[in-house]
Design a protein around this ligand. Structure first.
Ligand SMILES: Cc1ncc(C[n+]2csc(CCOP(=O)(O)OP(=O)(O)O)c2C)c(N)n1
Ligand code: SF4
Length: 342
């Protein structure tokens, strides 16, 4: 007789592996790993239905540390492998782990197509604005002036904005989090709840090659003044509710306004389905504006794998698969030209 065993809810510990975690002491990757391991039980995930796919980089060591299926693939190619995994078994919960170099240099093309196709998966881009694994060369997200072994006089490149790249590629979910911030699991849960490609940029401190680069908004004394956590249906406020964002209707741009006597009537209300607002939030220059964090855009659309499955089903309708017939089909084309004579 078969015995039915009840599924035991998991704990964060169940998602840890016996592998030695090999990141530099103090690396932001540790905090992200913990946040993901804390999130998995809360979203009701099961290790046997979960796959982590990564490219190459410090961040891409992540699958070794998750007690799930995993692929540590080739540089920039995690989206291709993840697409194969999802098409082979659409029921699997697929997470892509990538770095700013992995996703936006060598893998920029793959990331773009994954997002526009809208594969149902979560993409966690660990943005440390540097190549960590290869010892600190500048990356597509490094700021102008970044001194590194490959830019000894300072970078002259204009950096890419990962969330703007994602929106421009057609992503239907875009969010931002910070490695050590308590809100990261909330952002991860929202990404997981979204059906389709969910893109999350996580500001991750590389303590060795780019330490403190996010301090202007992550350091304790700067956080309140410069972080704006966006919540759907709520006014866009920051600096402890003393400032907000309003729309300048003349120029169709955002502007910072002071909140006087708690009056937020002129402040924009966040709407995660407003794509134009999302574009403005991810493009805001930091300094004059705060750093927009949390779920910036969330507007689901049909997914790639569901369309492929439906198409395959329709094409196979009424047909009996016959492998033998296919193999014995004979020649499918004739080469009737005479070979060239020399
Ligand atoms: C085809 C190929 N080109 C280059 C490399 C060298 N390489 C390995 S990781 C990496 C960049 C890693 O930076 P990032 O993606 O930002 O990840 P991090 O290490 O900072 O987490 C590069 C250039 C490689 N492994 N394979
Ligand atoms: S080099 Fe930087 S990103 Fe890589 S493990 Fe060390 S601190 Fe982390």
């Amino acid at each position: 007789m078969n015995e039915i065993t009840t599924i035991r809810p998991s704990t964060p510990k169940d998602w840890e592996t016996d592998q030695e975690v090999r990141w530099c002491p103090g690396c932001g990757d540790y905090a992200i790993l913990k946040a993901v391991q804390r999130t998995m039980p809360e979203i009701g995930a099961t290790p046997e239905n979960t796959v982590f796919v990564s490219g190459i980089g410090c961040s891409s060591r992540f699958p070794y540390y998750m007690e799930t299926y995993g692929f540590h693939t080739i540089h920039g190619r995690a989206p291709a492998v993840a697409t194969g995994v999802k098409l082979a078994n659409p029921d699997l919960d697929v997470w892509i782990i990538t770095g700013d170099g992995d996703a936006l240099s060598i893998g920029g093309n793959h990331t773009m197509h994954l997002l526009r196709r809208n594969l149902n998966c979560q993409v966690l881009l660990f943005n440390n604005e540097i190549y960590g694994l290869t010892k600190g060369q500048y990356s597509p997200t490094s700021r102008e002036g970044t001194r590194s072994p490959s830019t000894p006089f300072g970078s002259v490149d204009h950096p890419a904005k990962p969330c703007a790249f994602a929106l421009g590629s057609g992503a239907r979910f875009v969010a931002r989090g910070i490695d050590v911030h308590k809100n990261l699991p909330m952002v991860l849960k929202a990404a997981h709840a979204h059906r389709g490609a969910a893109f999350v940029e996580i500001f991750q401190n590389c303590i060795v090659y780019n330490d403190e680069v996010f301090e202007p908004f992550t350091a304790k004394p700067n956080a309140q003044a410069n972080q704006m956590w966006c919540e759907d249906g709520q006014p866009l406020l920051f600096a402890g509710g003393t400032k907000g964002l309003a729309l300048d209707t003349g120029t169709l741009t955002l502007k910072v306004v002071d909140i006087v006597d708690g009056d937020t009537s002129g402040v924009m209300i966040h709407n995660v389905r407003n794509r134009a607002l999302a574009h403005m939030l991810v493009e805001m220059p930091f300094g004059p504006f705060p750093m927009a964090l949390g779920v910036l855009y969330d507007d689901p659309a049909p997914t790639f794998e569901s369309a492929v499955v439906a198409q395959n089903k329709a094409a196979a309708e009424g047909k009996v698969p016959d492998l033998q017939k296919l193999v014995a089909k004979g020649q499918t084309w004739m080469v009737d030209k005479q070979p060239h004579t020399i």
